[in-house]
Design a protein around this ligand. Structure first.
Ligand code: HEM
Length: 279
């Protein structure tokens, strides 16, 4: 399981958080971008989408009502692959032009889709799969929920909220060795131990994003600190105007003077693209 062995337990069954829903991101890295690959992808996409609710045309009313059991969302990368930052860890998801996300409460169903996609695409492409799980927030008090939800946009259709940004993240073993209560403080305004100065903390440093970024944090369903795996997959949707806001928020979060939590973050490559109805 790759756990830290520090006695606090971060995996499933530790009482830290139960997986509520599962998700799987399938990044498709084509060996050759020719017509045959495009046609194969479109057919494969059409086939795996059967029986899933397509999130492209979601509107906010659904989020507050009954969630459909299984959902799918297709994406296509913006422009050419951007070289990841030198300190970047993990697989090169930024090289994938096509991406699909499937979600279900039943995890084996996602594995079936993974296998079906690979089978249909054949050896024309490589597929990188990253799994995630929705969990109840750990560090959020009712006040925090009020702060982060007030003025936050509802989830919108991909026709309006066209942009998707996905960033996998690992946290260092130093982070996981801290007590849960100590970790908690990093999300709130607090006094930084290293500098003895007051700092904004994660939520206030990211405040600018509240009004325009629809965000999700998916947890590694199998636990944290697993070798060669990410702990979290962060997911954002926004309208075109808000793309620069995401970049500003990321810069603020990376600034240790505002957000010391990032001392313990190892970023994976960022994938940026558009939500599409189909490939
Ligand atoms: C570049 C944008 C952002 C990234 C990459 C990011 C990343 C993350 C990650 C990885 C976590 C999980 C950390 C952990 O459990 O140890 C997290 C949690 C959190 N984020 Fe962000 N975040 C971003 C923007 C925002 C924004 C705009 C807000 C709103 C103020 C926000 C508020 C929170 C809160 C309150 C939590 C704690 C959730 C809980 O209670 O478990 N974040 N974020």
């Amino acid at each position: 399981m790759g756990q830290s062995g520090c006695g606090q337990g971060h995996g499933n069954g530790s009482g830290v958080g139960a997986n509520l829903t599962y998700t799987k991101f399938l990044f498709v890295l084509a060996r050759a971008e020719d017509d045959a690959h495009g046609a194969r992808l479109r057919t494969a996409g059409g086939n795996i989408a059967r029986g899933f609710f397509n999130d492209f045309d979601i509107d906010d009313s659904r989020e507050t009502q009954v969630q459909p059991f299984e959902t799918i969302q297709f994406f296509v990368r913006d422009g050419e692959a951007v070289e990841p930052a030198p300190n970047c860890v993990g697989p090169c998801i930024n090289k994938a032009r096509h991406l699909v996300q499937v979600s279900s409460k039943y995890r084996p169903r996602l594995q079936e889709i993974d296998e079906e996609l690979r089978r249909r695409i054949g050896d024309a492409a490589d597929v990188i799969a990253i799994d995630g799980a929705v969990r109840t927030p750990r560090y959020s008090s009712p006040e925090m929920v009020h702060y982060t939800n007030k003025g936050a946009p509802p989830r919108r259709s991909g026709r309006i909220s066209r942009n998707a940004i996905i960033m996998p993240i690992r946290k260092t073993s130093e982070w996981w060795q801290k007590s849960p209560l100590e970790r908690h403080a990093y999300f709130y305004p607090h006094i930084d131990r290293a500098s003895a100065c007051p700092v904004k903390g994660h939520a206030v440093a990211a405040e600018r994003g509240i009004a325009s970024l629809y965000r999700r944090v998916y947890h590694n369903p199998d636990g944290y600190e697993r070798p060669n795996e990410f702990d979290f997959l962060t997911y954002f949707e926004c309208e075109d105007d808000a793309v620069p806001v995401f970049d500003q928020v990321l810069l603020a979060l990376r600034d240790f003077h505002q957000n010391p939590e990032w001392r313990y973050v190892q970023e994976g490559p960022i994938w940026r693209g558009k939500r599409v109805l189909r490939w």
